[in-house]
Write a protein of this length. Structure first.
Ligand code: MLT
Length: 283
C-alpha cells in the first residue's frame, strides 16, 4: 500500500485553449494513461489497482468524455495538451507515459516533442507507422457516415474488431460485458470530436525515425489477437527502439488492459520496479 494514498478524484483542469477532465489516484511516480479512439478515461478503470504503486493521472483527451471540445487538430496537439496537463497539476519531473492505440501515438509524440518529461514509455496495442492511403480513405468514409448517421455507426464498425475471440461460456459473457462498456463509451463521444480525431489520426506522421532515437525504457504490450495493430507492429517497434521489451498477451485483442487486466497490471508494475526502481511503491 502507499504511504500517502490519494483517493480517486475526477476534476477539470485549465490548459491553453480549453479544460481537460482528469481522474487522479495514488501517489509517487506519476503514470499518465492516455486512452484510445473514440473512448475516454474510463477505459482504464481496470488499472485502478496500479494506484497502490504509482500516482495515476488519467485524462479525457481534448473533446472526449468530460473534456471541452471540439476535438483534436492533430496528435501533436494532444501530446502538448498532455504536457500542459502535467504543468497544471504541478508535475515537473519526468513521468511514465502509457497510451493505448491513439493514446500510444500521443505517447510517442510526447516522447519526441518533450523528451525531458518522459521517464519511461508503455506503448499498448499501437504502431509507429502512419496510415496507408487505404486506411486514410477509410477514415474519411467513416467520418462522413458519423456525420450522417451518428456515433453508433463507429461502434458498429469498430467493436467487432476490438476484442479477441472468446472460447467457452465465461469468456463469451465477459466479452459481451466489455463490448457493452465500449459501446456506451463510444456513443457518448461527440460527433464533432470523433470527426476531428479521425482527421488527426489520418494525418499523423510516421514516428519510426523518432522512436529509433528514443532512448527511454519502453514496455511494448500487444494482444496476441489484436486485429487492428497486430503483434507484428510491436515486434517492428521492439527491433528498432534502443531500449524496448515486448510482451504479447494471449487471449487479448486490441483492448489488452480491459481484456487481460491482471496480466497487464502485473507487467507494468514489474517493468517500472525493474527500470524506475525505488520510485514505485511495493505492493
Ligand atoms: C484506437 O484504438 O485508438 C484506434 O484504433 C487507433 C486507430 O484507428 O489508428
Amino acid at each position: 500500500m502507499t504511504s500517502d494514498p490519494r483517493p480517486p478524484f475526477v476534476h477539470t483542469v485549465a490548459i491553453p485553449g480549453g479544460r481537460l477532465a482528469v481522474h487522479t489516484a495514488g501517489s509517487g511516480l506519476p503514470l499518465l494513461l492516455l486512452h484510445g479512439f473514440p473512448l475516454d478515461h474510463s477505459m482504464w478503470s481496470s488499472q485502478e489497482p496500479l494506484a497502490e504503486h504509482v500516482r495515476l493521472i488519467v485524462p479525457d483527451q481534448r473533446g472526449f468524455g468530460g473534456s471541452e471540445g471540439p476535438g483534436p487538430e492533430s496528435i501533436a496537439q494532444l501530446a502538448d495538451d498532455a504536457v500542459a496537463l502535467l504543468d497544471a497539476l504541478h508535475v515537473a519531473g519526468p513521468v511514465v507515459v502509457c497510451g493505448l492505440s491513439m493514446g500510444g501515438y500521443v505517447a510517442q509524440h510526447v516522447a519526441a516533442r518533450h523528451p525531458d518529461r518522459v521517464a519511461a514509455l508503455v506503448l499498448v496495442d499501437t504502431r509507429l507507422e502512419a496510415d496507408t492511403p487505404e486506411a486514410r480513405a477509410a477514415r474519411v468514409d467513416l467520418s462522413g457516415k458519423v456525420g450522417r448517421l451518428g456515433q453508433a455507426i463507429v461502434a458498429d464498425a469498430m467493436i467487432p474488431r476490438l476484442l479477441a475471440p472468446a472460447a467457452g461460456e465465461p469468456a463469451r459473457a465477459r466479452r459481451a460485458e466489455i463490448e457493452a462498456v465500449l459501446r456506451r463509451m463510444i456513443v457518448a463521444q461527440p460527433v464533432a470530436t470523433i470527426q476531428a480525431a479521425l482527421a488527426a489520426l489520418g494525418d499523423r506522421p510516421d514516428m519510426t525515425d523518432a522512436m529509433r532515437r528514443c532512448r527511454v525504457p519502453t514496455l511494448l504490450v500487444v494482444g496476441a489477437d489484436d486485429a487492428i495493430t497486430p503483434p507484428s507492429c510491436l515486434q517492428t517497434a521492439e527491433a528498432l527502439m534502443p531500449d524496448a521489451r515486448l510482451l504479447i498477451v494471449p487471449r487479448a485483442g486490441h483492448m489488452t488492459p480491459l481484456e487481460a487486466p491482471a496480466v497487464f497490471n502485473a507487467a507494468v508494475v514489474a517493468f517500472l520496479q525493474d527500470r524506475i526502481g525505488d520510485r514505485v511503491h511495493p505492493a
